[in-house]
Design a protein around this ligand. Sequence first.
Ligand code: AFP
Length: 330
Amino acid sequence: MQTLAQYLSAQTISPSLSQLILTLANTSKEISHAVQHGALAGVLGAADSENVQGETQKKLDIITNDMLKDSLAADGHVKALASEEEDFIVPVNPQGEYLVCFDPLDGSSNIDINSLVGTIFSVLPAPAGEATEQSFLQSGRNQVAAGYMLYGPSTMMALTTGNGVQFFTLNPETNEYLLTNEQVTISTDTSEFAINMSNQRFWQAPMQTYIADLLLGEIGPRQKSFNMRWIAAMVGDVHRVLCRGGIFTYPTDNKNPNKPYKLRLMYEANPMALLVEQAQGKASTGYQDILDIEPEHIHQRVAVILGSANEVATCLEYHQQNYNDQEPAL
Ligand code: AFP
């Protein structure tokens, strides 16, 4: 089996991008180690702080954020980084060619129940000049690499550099990522959906109607039964969709009028949308492809509907019908 380094050296990508991906991969090995040790390392539980989004931080959110910041600063190719756990962008190396956005520990509310968590990353080209927040405000189509590491029964990495999606599995004996699945493709059709059903009453009409029709099963317009899964970590739900198809959505809701969307564009939706498109799936807000969004700020949130191409297309048909709901401004 090819190691990650061997795989990267065979790709037509710059040596600096290969090095950066290896830096991210090496840091994820340390994160995996910390996650695996859990209570033994005293890393579980909440920290005494909130992030810029007003969410209580877990100790591991802070530890993993610091690990990634330190390793990306040492890498030499990163001009600046943006993290879910940082209020502002962090300038790193004025000579760097790349900007990196990351969610150091997605699904961190799962950490205390020993369930799936992961790291999500997105790499953008750095514009010339001093790095500012404006430098990061590029559409997801500009990403030169994106992926995630999943800390589950085994530690895995999903990666795209624009040449399809590959999965690597961390060999615990050698501490090397090995290529285990090449050119991953998402089945075009599915009978499985992922949504937080407890928010049903807060959704807008298109999603209410779409999910109601799925739940009707054989006696409804879809004329087949659908199964449901919800991991509460996007990284786990998207991994399942890449492995066996499905539709995953975190739609617009009016639970909190000041926060109509949950998932973050720059370090959740964009990297996952690139992986999904590279695996022949679709990723949309309901009204436009996620990768076409021109970001307005680094912590921006968006509605997400992604997965099996035909199922996402069906869901989008509900969004094209004439309901009275207006999509809230981003
Ligand atoms: P945390 O990292 O704060 O746990 O949030 C994870 C997440 O942003 C995303 O990964 C999940 O899909 C989603 O939240 C789960 O949200 P619910 O709380 O509605 O289950």
